[in-house]
Design a protein around this ligand. Structure first.
Ligand SMILES: Nc1ncnc2c1ncn2[C@@H]1O[C@H](COP(=O)(O)OP(=O)(O)OP(=O)(O)O)[C@@H](O)[C@H]1O
Ligand SMILES: [Mg+2]
Length: 592
């Protein structure tokens, strides 16, 4: 090399070397340093002036002839640094010298070593690791697969070579896999994860989670795609199983809702119906689909039973959750045809992730409500009847006391008064005796009345003796023949006692029948039977009178009272009569 016309002098060399960016030494033919740059001094840890005269071998063993050789410079303290050199020959006045530029490559070599190491680690992991991996080229052919991948797919590496990853993918997963992998090569998709299926060599399906990332060259261009696969067959099976179970439960739920007798619907937060079952639609008179999306309150709950407006803001179904659980029987829902029906409903708030509002379950209770009303009416009617009967009974006793006892006492009073004023002592004695007899007769009548009011004999003697007494009194009072067959005693003649309410009812039935026979029938004979058989007490009163139509209207209370007593004891009453052919009253009362 010549710089200008005049050759470079040895003295120029020092200045020249300092212009070169890399540390540089100039050596002569014998490889002895003739000059060194300051940078070379720093690199070699010597004063650059001390370098002159040293042999290149002293600090750069290995020579300079092989530019590919890996060289190290040696410092005086024995430490070494990796370097690269470049050599040029230049001519100076004393002849040719070699300019040896020495570049410190510690950093680059370190990087390369790290890369090499990482590469080796990856190689080991790829080859021997438990994770299935495959490298795919841009032709989508499996460029390299590891043992774990072979194990996963059941193919050998040889069998796989030349195949694309799609050749062993499940047909349904091919398109998406292809699209994504192509994306990694165009650079649109740097990495992705995908659950997909491979078809193993034996045809079995294996589910894998593939993590795919592209491998790039130094300029960042994708050259290969690496897929790392994890076998998730079991997880998928469990997932499939869970889905199936969920589907089954959903079908079960749908079936329950489908066939439930109760109306069920769900309203969302805005009060709109999002779901209703067939029973709800039927009760409300709407086609099922027509209910969906409608505001429930305005559709079916807008008006109270009394016709007044029912604001949605007062409705417990749409109210705050703590008020929202309600049972209501005095409420009504409105049908499509504008008629209402009584309901019993429950509203439960729903607050789960993604769902809100309330579920309402309702039943039509109009029949129960109607039945209750009817029962109420019947009870009121019965109470009125009882009151009337009691009043009539009292009127009868007033009549009896007035017509019989008071009349008698009044007559007695008149007789006695006149005798006191006019009579002699003898006449008075006679009168006193007559009065005594009359008083006794009145007392007898009163006793009879009292016995009718409350048959004391019933408590003391039992039913048989009381009915016998009643028959005898009727015979005396009305002058008709009364026969009895009373079988309410044991073999030794001791009275058979029954529950007090049964005895009272039986006595009153016999009494009323006897009284009717005597007063209305025009009978000459009456036959009274009382007996207990098969857990039932039978009272039967037959007369040979004129008979009557038992279905006809009557203002009396006797027969009505009789029926009521029998009903109260859950017994049976039969009145067999026809005008002209006598009457037979039969009552059967259950005895505990
Ligand atoms: N054994 C009978 N023979 C003929 N008619 C009868 C007989 N029993 C009842 N009747 C007819 O049935 C009617 C109704 O009888 P019921 O005992 O209910 O009332 P009552 O006897 O008229 O009045 P009360 O019993 O209140 O004093 C009687 O008025 C009578 O016409
Ligand atoms: Mg009567």
């Amino acid at each position: 090399m010549r710089l200008g016309a005049s050759p470079i002098t040895s003295a120029d060399l020092h200045g020249l070397l300092d212009l070169v960016p890399d540390p540089t030494v100039a050596v002569d033919r014998d490889l002895r340093v003739v000059a060194a740059s300051r940078a070379a001094g720093l690199l070699l840890d010597r004063r650059h002036s001390d370098l002159a005269g040293l042999s290149l071998d002293d600090f750069l063993p290995g020579g300079v002839l092989d530019p590919e050789a890996k060289l190290d410079v040696r410092r005086p303290d024995g430490s070494e640094l990796p370097v690269e050199i470049s050599v040029r020959v230049i001519e100076v006045d004393s002849g040719p010298v070699l300019m040896v530029a020495i570049r410190d490559v510690t950093e680059r070599r370190g990087r390369a070593a790290a890369l090499r190491e990482a590469g080796e680690r990856f190689k080991r992991l790829f080859e021997d690791g438990p994770v299935a991996m495959a490298l795919v080229g841009d032709d989508l052919v499996l460029a390299e697969v590891n043992a774990a991948f072979c194990k996963l797919t059941g193919y050998s590496a040889e069998e796989l070579s030349g195949l694309t990853f799609n050749d062993i993918s499940h047909p349904d997963d091919r398109d998406v896999g292809l699209r994504l992998v192509r994306g990694t090569f165009t650079g649109e998709i740097p990495a992705f994860k995908l659950d997909k299926r491979y078809l193993k060599k034996d045809g079995e399906v294996v589910w894998v989670e593939v993590s795919v990332s592209s491998i790039r060259d130094e300029e960042g261009r994708p050259i290969k795609t690496l897929g790392v696969m994890q076998d998730i067959t079991e997880r998928r099976l469990a997932l499939t199983h869970a889905h199936e179970e969920l589907d089954r439960l959903a079908r079960e739920r749908d079936r329950i809702l489908e066939f439930a007798g109760e109306g069920i619907y769900h309203v969302d937060e805005d009060g709109r119906i999002t779901f209703a079952n067939p029973a709800a639609a039927k009760m409300l008179g709407w086609p099922l689909e027509a209910l969906l999306g409608k505001p429930a309150h305005e559709l079916l709950h807008h008006t109270h039973a009394d016709g007044s407006h029912f604001s949605r803001y007062d409705c417990p179904i749409h109210g705050p959750s703590e008020r929202a659980v309600r049972h209501a029987t005095d409420d009504v829902f409105w049908r499509r045809d504008g008629r209402s029906f009584a309901v019993h409903y429950t509203s439960a708030p729903v607050s789960e992730p993604g769902v809100a509002g309330a579920v309402v379950v309702f039943t039509d209770v109009s029949e129960q409500v109607a039945m209750q009303a009817a029962l109420h009416d019947a009870r009121a009617r019965a109470a009125r009847e009882r009151l009337k009967a009691a009043e009539a009974e009292r009127a009868r006793w007033a009549r009896e006391l007035h017509d019989e006892t008071l009349q008698g006492l009044a007559a007695l009073h008149v007789q006695l008064a006149s005798r006191v004023r006019t009579g002699t002592v003898d006449e008075m004695v006679v009168q006193m005796r007559e009065a005594q007899e009359q008083i006794e007769s009145e007392m007898d009548k009163l006793r009879g009345l009292i016995a009718d009011l409350r048959p004391a004999a019933l408590d003391e003697l039992g039913l048989e003796a009381s009915v016998q007494d009643l028959a005898e009194r009727t015979q005396v009072v009305y002058g008709i023949e009364v026969d009895t067959r009373l079988e309410l005693h044991d073999t030794e003649g001791a009275p058979q006692r029954l529950a007090p309410d049964v005895e009272t009812a039986a006595y009153r039935i016999a009494q009323e029948s006897l009284s009717n026979a005597a007063r209305h029938a025009g009978a000459s004979r009456v036959f009274v039977e009382v007996a207990q058989r098969d857990g039932k007490l039978r009272i039967c009163v037959t007369d040979d009178g004129g008979g009557f139509d038992p279905g006809g209207e009557s203002s009396g209370f006797g027969l009505r009272g009789m029926r009521e007593r029998v009903d109260l004891l859950a017994g049976e009453l039969e009145i067999g009569s026809q005008p002209g052919s006598g009457t037979k009253v039969t009552a059967l009362l259950p005895v505990g």
